[in-house]
Design a protein around this ligand. Structure first.
Ligand code: SF4
Length: 219
């Protein structure tokens, strides 16, 4: 078990949320409107892959499933980096097993820029932290990252992909991530359930899918 971008963000919202993800995921209740929003986000992300023209996608699934085959994705990404592929989508990186997949990695003269796609009308602070995590993993993998963008959903449906540069803010999260990732790694592996009192974190920045469990609601 290691830490992905999603793990890190969920663990920073509430350690118990991350622990439950790893040990009791069956307790999760995802409201239908949230699932619909997640699905729409995936569709928007798929369309955005072509925003710079031809691309290579790194997604590989374990046979007969829709579970990403991370080892195969890491290998495929390394092959395309070595080949100098100009646009790599779902590029996978791992550092001490901590893992991220990057929506769009675009080759530049000195390294790579990357783009995180969000089906949202503006850049929210949480999105910048997401890119900070990806930058952290890639920097530790020795990838020279230049600019970092969040692609939001603009008002023109004929051209909805609007990149917003967040390079400085995203890179400034490097120390914050390094200060917490190893503790989260240890905590998620512990056998006993994490004891966190419900509070503001149950709905900020995202509504927690274990709300019913922690608040004693019978679903
Ligand atoms: S409901 Fe609250 S306390 Fe329980 S896991 Fe979620 S955020 Fe943590």
């Amino acid at each position: 078990m290691a830490i992905t971008k999603t793990d890190f963000m969920r663990g920073m919202q509430c350690p118990k949320m991350l622990w439950l993800d790893k040990h009791k995921p069956g307790l999760k209740v995802i409201p239908p409107e949230i699932q619909a929003r997640l699905d729409a986000g995936n569709d928007f992300g798929d369309l955005a892959m072509g925003m710079f023209g031809p691309y290579e996608e790194m997604t590989v699934y374990l046979p007969g499933t829709t579970i990403p085959d991370k080892a195969a994705m890491l290998k495929r990404t390394q092959d395309h980096l070595a080949a100098g592929t100009p646009v790599i989508c779902e590029a996978a990186f791992s550092n001490y097993n901590n893992y991220c997949a990057v929506d769009i990695l675009r080759k530049t003269e000195s390294g790579y820029d990357f783009y995180e796609v969000k089906n949202a009308p503006e850049v929210y602070p949480q999105f910048v932290k997401d890119t900070g995590f990806q930058y952290y993993i890639m920097a530790r993998c020795g990838i020279n990252i230049g600019k970092i963008f969040i692609v939001i959903h603009g008002p023109d449906e004929n051209n909805p992909f609007v990149p917003v540069e967040v390079t400085m803010q995203a890179k400034s999260y490097y120390k914050w991530i390094n200060d917490h990732i190893w503790d989260l790694n240890r905590m998620q592996k512990q056998a006993e359930e994490v004891d966190t009192e419900p509070g503001e974190q149950c709905s900020t920045p995202y509504e927690c899918w274990y709300y019913g469990y922690c608040h004693g609601r019978k679903e």
